[in-house]
Write a protein that binds this ligand. Structure first.
Ligand code: SF4
Ligand code: SF4
Length: 348
């Protein structure tokens, strides 16, 4: 008899309308599945295929064969003998981190000087931070960029993403040389550019962005399907967990778009801020608790914005920049799509 096992790197997540197979090793191999396949993969796990067909009175044998063909072809499952089933136990993904802080956003518009960020960056490094996003509201010169990058020498930060305002005096070859000198720079988005184009790691955008207000967009292109995000998303917030940031005025916040600040980089250390325990409050808000998202199959790969939400007074309110309706399984622009807020009002 054919028994089947789901590969440990594959997980099925149920949404209100659709379900999703997450392939945590191969993001592009993740696929939407109908709820009948979800049912087979959860309620009939570890049963032989023939027994599953019998459970449905052999009425859907052809469809079940097609499902298994799809699951095998995409390497979500494998067949084994009954005796082998226990050799492949399902591994639980529990998220743990030895670090206090892992990521940060630094905003800059010239209100405070670049060197004012020096101690903040040093402390981020001591706390174990690895990823930084620097967002500039003003055009930076090559000299200013180098001054910023110099602050990261001898730090734990290995991944820097820059979001910069276009500067016509800054040419591609200079940026590429800068990246060679500072390989921590992994990605650069340059907005207000004369044209949309991609050049090596540089993404030029015509769009005129305000980094503070334009954050929090929900789009499938921002989804992150992988072991780390999946495990972290079970019990933690996928955007704010272990994040400490500084806004353009030097105020320390969870993220720069928040209205509440917990300190000032010129007067307070990050450790002092962490001791207040205010900044950490949203760290454990996860999508199984967030309205609407808890019914969405994308909840373990989607960033959870806690600033731009439907209801400012409700910490579990839905991210307001989401254009997906999990009750219909449709994105805005697709036929029959109804905005989720309107949809839920009509349902009542
Ligand atoms: S909480 Fe929202 S606004 Fe803040 S960094 Fe995350 S996505 Fe952006
Ligand atoms: S409903 Fe929630 S989890 Fe689903 S796509 Fe929108 S923001 Fe993400």
């Amino acid at each position: 008899m054919h028994y089947f096992k789901l590969f440990n790197s594959c997980r099925v997540v149920k949404g209100a309308e659709n379900s999703l197979i997450y392939d945590l090793e191969r993001m592009d191999n993740s696929n939407s599945i109908p709820s009948s396949v979800y049912e087979i993969l959860t309620e009939h796990i570890d049963k032989p295929v023939e027994e599953i067909k019998t459970a449905y009175n052999n009425e859907y044998d052809i469809v079940i064969d097609e499902y298994f063909e799809f699951l095998i072809k995409n390497e979500y499952i494998f067949y084994c003998d009954k005796e082998e089933l226990e050799l492949f136990p399902t591994v639980d993904y529990e998220w743990k981190s030895p670090k206090n802080i892992t990521n940060s956003i630094i905003d800059y518009d010239g209100t405070i000087t670049i060197s004012d960020y020096k101690e903040f960056i040093k402390e981020l490094s001591v706390l174990g931070c690895v990823a930084i996003q620097i967002r500039s509201f003003v055009s930076l010169t090559l000299v200013e960029l180098k001054e910023f990058m110099f602050l990261f020498n001898e730090t734990s930060i290995i991944n820097i993403e820059l979001i910069l305002k276009f500067n016509e005096d800054l040419i591609d070859s200079e940026i590429i040389d800068l990246q060679k000198q500072y390989p921590r720079i992994r990605k650069m988005n340059i907005y207000s550019s004369p044209e949309d184009r991609d050049e090596y790691f540089i993404n030029y955008l015509k769009e005129d962005i305000n980094p503070e207000n334009d954050c929090g967009k929900v789009d499938s292109k921002f989804f992150s399907i992988g072991f780390d995000t999946f495990a972290e998303a079970q019990c933690h917030n996928t955007c704010l967990n272990q994040k400490v940031s500084v806004d353009k005025n030097g105020l320390i916040k969870g993220c720069p778009s928040m209205s509440q600040s917990c300190g000032d980089i010129k007067q307070n250390t990050i450790n002092e801020v962490l001791e207040q325990k205010i900044l950490q409050k949203p760290w454990t808000i996860n999508k199984d608790e967030v309205e609407v998202c808890k019914d969405c199959e994308y909840r373990y790969c989607c960033t959870d914005c806690r600033v731009f939400t439907d209801d400012k007074n409700n910490p579990y309110s839905r991210p307001s920049k989401c254009n997906y309706n999990p009750y219909q399984g449709l994105w805005k622009g697709e036929e029959r799509y109804v905005d989720v807020v309107e949809y839920l009002v009509n349902e009542k």
